[in-house]
Design a protein around this ligand. Structure first.
Ligand code: ATP
Ligand code: MG
Length: 420
């Protein structure tokens, strides 16, 4: 124990648990990498106004959850609370949208920061893998992203998740609905903050989690009834493509999501084993965001999946990922001369691509072998003075317990063949 602890709402990823995180990130990004998405990495902090404008001045993320700081040079920065605004900023800055075919398809993986009340599945530092398809308006693109997320979760073995789907309309029909909704909401008995929200972003009132608010929302005008023909057609095409792909979803009219930038398609992946932190991922179309941050019109769609909650979902379903041991050979030296020779052999094996570890420190054979077992290695290489004098090492199969002498100059070749 040191004097210090990880800050509130954060935790360290340490072996062996951390291997599950890597595997989950791999499983989520796999379908993207195989579908034309290129990797993008942006800074952990940005100009605070990118998020204020991009995510929305009225959102919880911007008003309550952002870590902001002023640098010694006087710049106002924020630790990134989400990925989309940064990725779009990066794409615009590099003019990726001018360099070839649209959409520009990007994926990312990283840490995000929100000043929240920590609880299970809700942390101040968390991990997301996300995808953005920038610069195209095509229902197939919306469908593609949802299908790829579905594939990612399924490849992990997850089954108890559901996809909620909605359309938020566009700049034609949303303003009309917004006014109708405001008229309805102004007549309700709501607290001061929520009344303010009616004027800034009335759709988000629909998203209010409190039962006393939800009760009053029964009979609220429905967005589905106000979608314009173009939005209706777009949405029904997305639905048809998902159905054709065999991806089940539920229509959820109340799904508005916590960010201001969404238009048309919005969706959320919820897992039923996670209690109140049930959203494992979400996303949608954000046709207006580029212009909101000073770029050209670039209709786009994306999602972000929470790695932490995906790991919790695996636990909830009792799924243990099949993670192969990191080490396949463990070398155990008995005596000084053997240390030198075996250490050289370890380096050779590693060069040859065989995952190898070494018994460090002056230990007994027994405690070396314990470490060899703990490493998960299939083979142990054991050598003492007598073996070396004969130009041999002992190769032990840790699974069968069988042991055979093998010539020093044959070790790399043999083990490379065995561990291929
Ligand atoms: P919630 O409604 O639970 O607050 P959100 O709508 O704020 O979620 P998004 O901004 O859509 O979440 O982020 C996408 C995903 O990132 C979420 O579905 C979730 O899995 C994960 N996530 C968001 N905030 C946190 C957090 N504080 N801790 C852990 N994971 C998070
Ligand atoms: Mg949130």
């Amino acid at each position: 124990m040191s004097t210090f602890k990880a800050p509130k709402g954060t935790f360290d990823l340490i072996p062996p648990y951390s291997a599950t995180y890597l595997a989950v990130r791999d499983a989520i990004s796999g379908p993207l990498r195989r579908s034309g998405y290129g990797y993008v990495e942006t800074p952990g902090f940005e100009d605070v106004n990118l998020f204020a404008r991009g995510v929305g001045e009225s959102t919880d993320i911007v008003t309550k959850e952002m870590y902001t700081l002023t640098t010694k040079g006087g710049s106002e920065l924020a630790l990134r609370p989400e990925g989309t605004a940064s990725v779009l900023r990066a794409a615009l800055e590099a003019s990726l949208h001018k360099q070839g075919n649209l959409p520009v398809k990007l994926w990312y993986s990283g840490s995000y920061y929100r000043y929240e009340r920590p609880q299970k599945g809700r942390y101040r530092h968390f991990s997301q893998v996300g995808a953005e398809a920038i610069g195209a308006e095509d229902p197939a693109l919306d469908a593609e992203l949802i299908i790829l997320a579905d594939q990612a979760y399924r490849s992990l073995g997850l089954r108890n998740f559901r996809i909620l789907l909605n359309s938020l309309g566009d700049k034609e029909c949303r303003p009309v609905y917004r006014e109708v909704l405001q008229g309805f909401l102004r007549g309700l008995d709501l607290d001061e903050e929520t009344r303010r929200r009616i004027e800034i972003n009335p759709l988000r009132v629909l998203d209010d989690k409190r039962a006393e608010v939800q009760k009053q929302l029964v009979g609220a005008p429905s967005l589905a009834d106000h979608l314009c023909d173009a939005c209706k057609a777009y949405h029904s095409e997305v639905r048809a493509l998902l159905t054709a792909a065999g991806v089940a979803f539920e229509d959820d009219e109340k799904l508005v999501r916590g960010l201001d930038y969404y238009t048309r398609t919005t969706f959320e992946f919820v897992h039923d084993g996670l209690g109140s932190q049930s959203a494992v991922g979400g996303g949608g179309r954000y046709d207006g965001l580029s212009e909101m941050i000073g770029g050209p019109a670039l209709p786009s769609v994306g999602w972000a999946l929470g790695v932490d909650r995906t790991v919790l979902a695996l636990e909830a379903e009792g799924i243990e990922l099949d993670i192969p041991p990191a080490t396949s050979v463990f070398a155990v030296p008995l005596g000084e001369e053997a240390r030198r020779v075996l250490f050289g052999l370890v380096t050779e094996l590693r060069k040859a691509g065989v995952a190898t570890d070494f018994g460090y420190g002056a230990k007994s054979l027994k405690s070396h072998m314990k470490n060899a077992h703990r490493s998960g290695a299939r083979y142990a290489l054991v050598a003492g003075e007598r073996d070396l004098a004969e130009g041999l090492v002992q190769l032990k199969d840790m699974e069968t317990g069988e042991q055979e002498p093998i010539a020093l100059d044959r070790v790399v070749e043999e083990l490379r063949a065995k561990s291929a």
